[in-house]
Design a protein around this ligand. Structure first.
Ligand code: SF4
Ligand code: SF4
Length: 215
């Protein structure tokens, strides 16, 4: 899931400088699980903005704000409220904010910081597991991502700096490649670590956001 965190209220207020009427949007998927942009957070944001003199013309929690057609449809159902607002504050990930921005001519503000693609460890705890590199190596690495877990994103490791199984960059952490070796060994596949992975084709990297997936 996409892990996000609400921006500090001061930052949102500075973007709302000179704006008095606001429409709020939350997301019922990832932002709800992160407790950053669900029903409860939209309600709290409404309270916070009202307390500092903003008028909330309306709000909606959309099922997946990143779904552009759904977002456009749901905003049409609140057209009058959206029209009354001078700006829209979106409590969703960056993809969600851009769905809204593409749908309306209103000023669209990001209420959340989008952090990473992560797993839910337990309620309210998330760990980054994938950096969306575009060429997944997990089949070769025992299901542990070296691009994300190794601070140098080494495709072949460990580096010479590994210290007793610890990472030279962060001695508190186990070396990603040690973990990969242990995992492969446990599965009777330790020899696999000797098969080097060739350098990534950086011409296909996702930046600056040109990738599309059509199914
Ligand atoms: S190798 Fe790592 S960063 Fe790349 S797609 Fe697989 S899990 Fe994600
Ligand atoms: S010690 Fe291991 S995790 Fe740390 S940078 Fe080197 S290979 Fe990567």
């Amino acid at each position: 899931m996409i892990v996000s965190q609400q921006k500090p209220l001061d930052e949102i207020l500075s973007e709302l400088d000179g704006i008095s009427r606001v429409f709020l949007i939350g997301c019922a998927k990832c932002a709800t699980v992160c407790k950053a942009g669900g029903e409860e957070e939209v309600w709290q944001m409404q309270e916070s903005l009202t307390a500092v003199g903003r008028e909330i013309t309306g709000s909606i929690v959309i099922d997946e704000v990143c779904h552009m057609l759904r977002t456009a449809r749901d905003l049409r159902s609140r057209k009058e409220m959206v029209d009354e607002a001078e700006a829209i504050v979106v409590l969703a990930c960056g993809a969600g904010v851009q769905s809204v921005s593409a749908t309306t001519s209103k000023r669209t503000l990001a209420g959340l910081d989008t952090k990473f693609l992560g797993n839910i460890k337990r309620l309210g705890q998330f760990e980054q597991k994938c950096s969306l590199c575009g060429e997944c190596l997990l089949s070769r690495t025992g299901g542990i991502c070296p691009v994300t877990v190794c601070p140098k994103s080494l495709l072949n490791g460990p580096c010479g700096g590994m210290d007793n199984g610890r990472c030279e960059v962060d001695l508190e952490s186990e070396c990603a490649w040690k973990m990969i070796f242990d995992r492969l060994s446990d599965r009777g596949d330790a020899e696999r670590i000797k098969k080097t992975v060739s350098a990534k084709d950086n011409s296909t990297r996702r930046q600056p956001g040109r990738l599309k997936l059509d199914k």
